[in-house]
Design a protein around this ligand. Structure first.
Ligand code: SPQ
Length: 425
């Protein structure tokens, strides 16, 4: 797909539903008694993988453009699927469902696409194993395909080396089936959508500092969930509005949960003009409209406890840094190497192709920004966040940019190019 520079962006964009929250709504709805109704569900490929897995586990799910209805069967209502479960490209589906499957009385094989087959699963195999589940990596490389032998679980207190909502959520979900309370302590707080939503379904999850604790065997009841717009998807328009000259964009209904809003803090610290409007909180999840105006940006240091709150936005932030005056240092972000692609290596490769002065480090990047970038052929590496980040870079570069396999945005934002073209006018 080809992209060209643009002189300004104007208008409004309504961001599709949050990917993390959409996955969780299906999973928790499946484990609840009665029907869960979800509106503004993200119809991206990853969330459709979650729906497909739960249908194969015996849950009736009606998916229409207006809403999805999940006819839950309670904590012990899942049935053994008649074939392996396929999680596609989705790390969230793979890791969270493993926590649920660890507590079932049947065996399952879990597999995903080529990217999933390279992503580390030891981080969930170890704690779920301590709880009593037998999980093995079929090829012996600590990656999917995984064989999961569910069993009666015991409650543990797990101290995680990584700040990961997927690890935390897998353990908490297994904790639903344990014989005593289960706790997870992480080095830095990761996104807390599981804790918030599980409590709305009737579970008891308490959080103190970076420790979350769940009580076993709750009764969960079907809920109405309105999914906020995904701040990770809004990030591309935040960056576009700031970088493209003479721009003004209103981004509507964006989830601004404090465990996800690091992009707002960083963009402001870089000099970005961002105004929050119409802030409300619904079922524990805050949302707002974001008014973005073009701004001259400067480089900053990004590291420490803010990293989990913007981990998926770092490719976009690296592009912002490339256009910002001065140096930006991103550190404490080694997790970028184990996402859909190695997002440090891929950003260094692609931004260098556009003429950016960038160096990869063990845990981040150093970007010496402010020099004009030129169009190039960009390899998305089939990573949705890379494709979207470079679509925005292309708007501010000189000449033509071609993004290979740009349609991989379907993973998290199927209407991304259409929404972007409406702002170009
Ligand atoms: O689901 P997946 O493939 O892991 O998706 C990504 C993304 O960029 O969309 C990561 F590559 O988001 C993760 C995020 O990085 C979604 C997520 C969640 O919903 O719990 C948590 C984060 O991952 P982690 O490993 O830090 O827990």
């Amino acid at each position: 797909m080809k992209f060209y520079p643009c002189s300004r962006l104007r208008g409004e964009v309504t961001i599709p539903g949050d990917k993390s929250i959409s996955h969780r709504a299906v999973m928790f709805g499946a484990l609840a008694e009665g029907t869960t109704e979800v509106t503004n569900f993200l119809q991206g490929a990853d969330c459709l993988s979650t729906i497909d897995c739960f249908r194969r586990l015996g849950i009736d799910i009606e998916n229409t453009p207006e809403r999805i209805l999940i006819h839950g069967k309670g904590l012990h209502g899942l049935k053994k699927p008649d074939a392996e479960l396929y999680t596609g490209n989705s790390g969230t589906t793979t890791r969270l469902i493993s926590g649920i499957l660890a507590g079932q009385d049947f065996d399952v094989t879990l597999n995903g696409d080529a990217s999933i087959q390279k992503r580390p699963m030891r981080r969930i195999m170890e704690p779920l194993g301590q709880m009593g589940a037998e999980i093995s990596s079929i090829r012996g490389n600590d990656c999917a395909p995984l064989s999961i032998h569910g069993t009666h679980l015991k409650g543990i207190h797990y101290v995680s080396k990584v700040a990961s909502a997927q690890v935390k959520s897998a353990i908490l979900l297994a904790g639903l089936y344990a014989d005593s309370p289960t706790s997870v302590t992480e080095p830095v707080l990761s996104r807390n959508h599981s804790e918030i939503m599980l409590n709305y379904f009737g579970a008891s999850v308490t959080s103190t500092g970076t420790t979350a604790t769940i009580q076993p065997e709750p009764e969960l009841f079907g809920q109405k969930i309105i999914v906020p717009g995904d701040i990770s998807s809004a990030a591309y328009f935040i960056a576009a509005g700031l970088l493209v000259p003479d721009s003004e964009i209103l981004i509507k209904n964006v989830g601004i949960n404090p465990t996800r809003d690091g992009i707002l803090q960083v963009a402001r610290e870089m000099g970005g003009n961002i105004t929050l409007l119409n802030a409300i909180t619904d079922r524990g999840e805050p949302t707002a409209d974001l008014l973005i105006k073009s701004s001259p940006l400067h480089g900053i240091d990004i590291g420490g406890s803010i990293i989990p709150t913007l981990i998926d936005e770092l490719p976009m932030i690296a592009v912002m840094a490339a256009f910002a005056e001065g140096e930006t240092v991103i550190r404490d972000a080694a997790e970028l190497k184990v996402k859909e692609s190695d997002r440090i290596a891929v950003m260094v490769d692609n931004l260098s192709r556009m003429g950016c002065d960038i160096t990869g480090t063990d845990d981040g990047m150093i970007i010496r920004g402010g020099k004009p970038l030129h169009g190039a052929v960009i390899d998305s590496y089939l990573d949705h966040r890379i494709a979207m980040s470079f679509a925005i870079a292309a708007l501010c570069a000189e000449g033509e940019t071609e993004i290979k396999e740009a349609e991989c945005v379907n993973i998290s934002y199927p209407t991304f190019y259409k929404d972007l073209s409406h702002l170009i006018g």
